[in-house]
Design a protein around this ligand. Structure first.
Ligand code: AMP
Ligand code: GLY
Length: 456
C-alpha cells in the first residue's frame, strides 16, 4: 500500500481520530475504492453534509474546513485548520489527501469563486461558479435575471443612490420591502410598514453601512403575502433532481414574529408544495433559471435553492440561494436514504439521469437552539451540557460550537439543530423537542412551534 508524507505547509501535520492536528505522522493514501471528501464550512448544514457523506462505506474519511464541535466528534470525520478563504491551502490539502470531492456549503466561498478555482486545478468541486452564484450574491443581478427570463417575482427597483431611493418611496404602497443588494447573512431584508421605516432602512443600508459593501446598492420591492416554502434541487446544467420539499421558519419568535434570522427551524416534507405547485415551480422557476444561466454562459452546478411565496396556487420567487439551506439541510438529509456523495458526483459528471434518489417516507423536523440575543448581539463561550440520548430517529446537528479541553462550547448565534424523524410531522416534532430538552447552556432559546404550519 502506498504511503505518503504530507508536504509543504502541511508537512508536519496529520489527523488523529478526533480530528486534531498531530505532528510528524505518516498517513496512508486511500485505496482506489475509498474516497476522501472535503466539506467547506462550519454550520449545522456542514455538520449534516459531513455526517451524511461519512455514512457511505466507500468513503474513507470526511474532512471539514473549519467545522465545529459536532463534526470534530463525528465518526470518520475530522476538522482541519485551514482558512476557507485560503484557496491555495485548500488546493494543497486536496492534493495531499487525495480528495475525491469538495462540497462547498456556504455562499461566501461560492460567490468568491472557490468552485472555479478548484475545478481549474482538476479537483471535483460541487457548487456553482462565481458567475452563477451571483443569483444569490447580488439581488439586483437576480431580479434583473428574473425579469429577463420571465420568472415570477415581486415588482422592484434597484438604487445606488440614497436620495433617488428616498424619492421612490413617495410613489409606492406600504408595507414595502427594502433589501441590501449583497450578501448579508439573511439579515439584509427589512419589511417596512410605512415611509418612515423605509427611510430608516435606507439610512442603515446606505449611510450607516449596517451591511458593509452589501449595501452599496439597495432594492425596494413590493411586499408579497402568502406562505413561504424552500424548493431545493441538485442542478447540473440542464438536468435537475429536486430534493424533498421543506419549509423554514425565518422569524425569531413563535408565530413568525420578530426579526428575520438565518432560520430557526425547518421541516420536511412541506404540504404546501403539492404536486401541482411542485410542477409549477419546475416549469415557471427552475427550468427557466437553468436555461437562462446556460444562455448567459454560466451553466449551474450544485444545490439551487428557490425561496418562494405561495398564495392561491400562484408562486413568486423571493430569492435564490446558490447553496443548500440552513437549517433545511438538516431535516432533508435525515430523510435521504441514497448516497449524497454519489449524487454530487453524478451532478459533476453530468450523469444525474442515472442517479435514483431515495427518501424515507417518514417526516422530519429540525429545531434550532440559539444563543440569547440572536439574531442581534449575543454571548458565546458558554459550556454546553448534553444529557444522554440515543433515539435512532434523532440527530443533534451542531452549528455554532467548538471543542475545547474536551468540552463543547458555544461559538455562534445558532448553536444546534435538534433534528428528528417521525411517522408523521407531529411525531417528528415531538421527537425533535424531546431532543431539545437534552441540551443546556446559559442563554439557550428556541422557537416552540417549528412545524406548526405543516400540522395545522
Ligand atoms: P430574502 O433574503 O430576499 O429571501 O428575504 C428574507 C425573508 O424576508 C424572506 O424569507 C421573507 O420572509 C421576507 N421577504 C423577502 N422579500 C419579501 C417580499 N417581497 N414580501 C414579503 N416578505 C419578503
Ligand atoms: N434557511 C434559509 C437559508 O438558508 O438561507
Amino acid at each position: 500500500m502506498k504511503i505518503t508524507i504530507l508536504k509543504g505547509d502541511l508537512k508536519k501535520k496529520a489527523y488523529n481520530k478526533k480530528g486534531l492536528f498531530i505532528s510528524g505522522q505518516r498517513i496512508k493514501k486511500p485505496t482506489e475504492k475509498s474516497k476522501n471528501i472535503l466539506v467547506i464550512g462550519s454550520g449545522g448544514r456542514e455538520h449534516a453534509l459531513a455526517w451524511k457523506c461519512a455514512q457511505d462505506n466507500f468513503v474513507k474519511h470526511v474532512f471539514v474546513c473549519p467545522g465545529n464541535a459536532g463534526t470534530h466528534l463525528e465518526d470518520k470525520v475530522s476538522n482541519i485548520e485551514i482558512d476557507s478563504n485560503d484557496f491555495d491551502a485548500i488546493e494543497s490539502f486536496c492534493i495531499e489527501e487525495n480528495i475525491e470531492l469538495v462540497i462547498i456549503g456556504p455562499e461566501q466561498p461560492l460567490v468568491m469563486g472557490l468552485t472555479d478555482f478548484l475545478q481549474s486545478k482538476g479537483i471535483n468541486a460541487f457548487g456553482p461558479s462565481k458567475n452563477a452564484a451571483q443569483l444569490e450574491g447580488s439581488k439586483t443581478f437576480s431580479k434583473d435575471f428574473f425579469v429577463k427570463y420571465n420568472i415570477p417575482t415581486a415588482g422592484y427597483k434597484s438604487f445606488e443612490d440614497f436620495d433617488q431611493a428616498v424619492s421612490h418611496l413617495e410613489k409606492i404602497n406600504y408595507p414595502t420591502v427594502v433589501k441590501a443588494d449583497g450578501l448579508a447573512a439573511g439579515k439584509g431584508v427589512i419589511i417596512c410598514s410605512n415611509k418612515d421605516e423605509a427611510i430608516n432602512a435606507l439610512n442603515s443600508i446606505f449611510k450607516d453601512k449596517a451591511f458593509g459593501s452589501a449595501g452599496n446598492r439597495a432594492i425596494i420591492e413590493d411586499f408579497l403575502e402568502g406562505e413561504e416554502a424552500s424548493f431545493i434541487a441538485v442542478v447540473s446544467k440542464n438536468k435537475i433532481i429536486p430534493l424533498a420539499t421543506s419549509q423554514d421558519h425565518k422569524a425569531v419568535g413563535d408565530g413568525d414574529v420578530g426579526l428575520n434570522t438565518g432560520g430557526m427551524g425547518a421541516y420536511s416534507p412541506a404540504p404546501i408544495v403539492t404536486e401541482n405547485i411542485n410542477q409549477k415551480i419546475l416549469d415557471e422557476v427552475m427550468y427557466p433559471t437553468m436555461q437562462g444561466l446556460i444562455k448567459e454562459g454560466s451553466p449551474y452546478l450544485g444545490f439551487l435553492y428557490a425561496g418562494l411565496m405561495i398564495k392561491d396556487g400562484e408562486i413568486k420567487v423571493l430569492e435564490f440561494n446558490c447553496r443548500f439551506g440552513d437549517p433545511e439541510t438538516q431535516p432533508i438529509l435525515l430523510r435521504l436514504n441514497s448516497s449524497l456523495v454519489d449524487l454530487c458526483m453524478a451532478a459533476i459528471n453530468d450523469t444525474l439521469d442515472s442517479y435514483s434518489i431515495e427518501w424515507t417516507q417518514k417526516h422530519s423536523c429540525g429545531v434550532v437552539i440559539a444563543s440569547e440575543g440572536y439574531p442581534e448581539s449575543y454571548e458565546s463561550n458558554k459550556e454546553v451540557n448534553i444529557s444522554e440520548h440515543n433515539n435512532s430517529d434523532t440527530k443533534l446537528f451542531h452549528a455554532g460550537t467548538k471543542y475545547e479541553d474536551e468540552k463543547i462550547i458555544t461559538n455562534g448565534g445558532r448553536v444546534f439543530c435538534a433534528t428528528a424523524l417521525g411517522d408523521n410531522l407531529k411525531e417528528a416534532q415531538e421527537n425533535a423537542y424531546n431532543l431539545v430538552q437534552k441540551i443546556e447552556f446559559d442563554g439557550a432559546f428556541h422557537r416552540k412551534d417549528i412545524g406548526f404550519k405543516g400540522i395545522k
